[in-house]
Design a protein around this ligand. Structure first.
Ligand SMILES: Cc1cc2nc3c(=O)[nH]c(=O)nc-3n(C[C@H](O)[C@H](O)[C@H](O)COP(=O)(O)O)c2cc1C
Length: 354
């Protein structure tokens, strides 16, 4: 069965869910163009989730995707670990005139998918649900499956792809090292196990039977055609949508994306506690990319948040996570529907051929 048939879309093109930089507006624009629009839910509280899901249901009769993180909550860090992280950030608090006691409680958190969230979605029955960082516990996943939702999850290695298929994923997203945002790895935290998209993709395609979607560094029709040639059933694209008018990126993120700075991205754990790819900025340069003092995901972010807020109010992105893939060169301010159709050209040409 083709990916389009499985998802119920016209195009085998998924707009990557991107927490913190988009809401239902971007997802709707992509759905209307025939792709699969995604709503990132990891940072939404109950009210926001309901509002955004209502907007999706009202805005289109085409399928859409709800995306959740499914990390396991880490044990509360001990006082020494907390202090170590605060010590690393203390000079920046002093520089920006902030009170270090704010660091303990402030900031956004990312909650894993839970039975409480599933309760809220019981009547919604989302057409597609995608997960990052593996899959939820079997009983929770079974609830999602009973809704009839198609289940997607990201694999960053062949082992993860095999695990996801064995544990119930219907579609595997092969997330290459080029991808912007958080690495979806969940079996092995060693980033040296991670591969670029066009090394990972054909190996995953050979290893599993379910459809494989390529993600990471794909930003134009030629990239889509290359993924297709390597066996992808479709593509998931994030960074190429970041400058669309329907996205909600911050002023500092937009400025960085439009500048030469976007040519230098790296993996860093300093913003959340897990490796994620973003445009290199001051905090990444000065603390080191994978600083061992950073608290485990998602706790590191709370102490960085006040720095980010203050710096952004002064027009600086020095302390902001500027998530971005390695191929931001084609980012443009075109409407998301146009970006979707341009990306899907390789598939559309075939569909239109006599
Ligand atoms: C700004 C940004 C935020 C992201 N947030 C999420 C997220 O909330 N959930 C998720 O599954 N993936 C997230 N990702 C990763 C994407 O799913 C996908 O792997 C990536 O965008 C593909 O690479 P590309 O950005 O080079 O197109 C994010 C990516 C970016 C750029």
């Amino acid at each position: 069965m083709s990916l389009q048939t499985l998802l119920g879309t016209d195009l085998p093109l998924i707009q990557a869910p991107m927490a913190g930089v988009q809401d239902s507006a971007l997802a709707l624009a992509v759905c209307r163009a025939g792709g699969l629009g995604s709503l990132p839910c990891a940072m939404l509280d109950a009210t926001a989730l309901q509002r955004e899901v209502t907007a999706l249901r009202a805005g289109t009769d085409r399928p859409w995707n709800l995306n959740f993180f499914c990390h396991r909550d880490p044990p509360p860090p001990d006082a020494a670990a907390q202090q170590k992280w605060l010590d690393a950030l203390a000079p920046y608090y002093r520089e920006l005139g902030l009170d270090l006691t704010e660091a303990r409680t402030a900031g956004p958190s990312r909650a894993p998918f839970s039975h409480a969230v599933a309760d809220r979605l019981e009547g919604v029955r989302p057409p597609v649900v995608s997960f990052h960082f593996g899959l939820p516990e079997p009983d929770l996943l079974a609830r999602v499956k009973r809704w009839g939702s198609v289940v997607l999850s990201s694999a960053t290695t062949v082992d993860e792809a095999l695990w996801l298929e064995a544990h119930g994923a219907d579609v595997i997203i092969a997330q290459g090292l080029e991808a912007g945002g958080h690495r979806g790895h969940f079996l092995d935290g060693d980033v040296s196990t991670q591969m670029g998209t066009f090394a990972l993709l054909p190996q995953v395609v050979r290893a599993v039977r379910c459809p494989v979607v390529a993600a990471g560094g794909i930003a134009d029709a030629a990239g889509v055609a290359a993924a297709r040639a390597l066996g992808a059933a479709g593509v998931q694209v994030g960074t190429a949508y970041l400058l669309c008018p329907e996205a909600r990126i911050s002023v500092v993120h937009r400025r960085a994306l439009c500048s030469d700075a976007a040519r230098h991205t790296a993996l860093t754990a300093v913003f959340s506690g897990r490796p994620a790819r973003g445009i290199v900025n001051r905090l990444m340069r000065e603390l080191g990319l994978l600083n061992s003092a950073a608290l485990p995901f998602p706790l590191a972010g709370a102490a960085v948040a006040p720095l980010r807020t203050k710096a952004e109010s002064l027009g600086s992105g020095d302390f902001s996570p500027l998530w971005c893939g390695q191929n931001a060169g084609t980012c443009s301010e075109r409407p998301a529907g146009e970006v979707t159709l341009a990306l899907a050209e390789a598939w559309r040409r075939d569909a239109l051929a006599p």
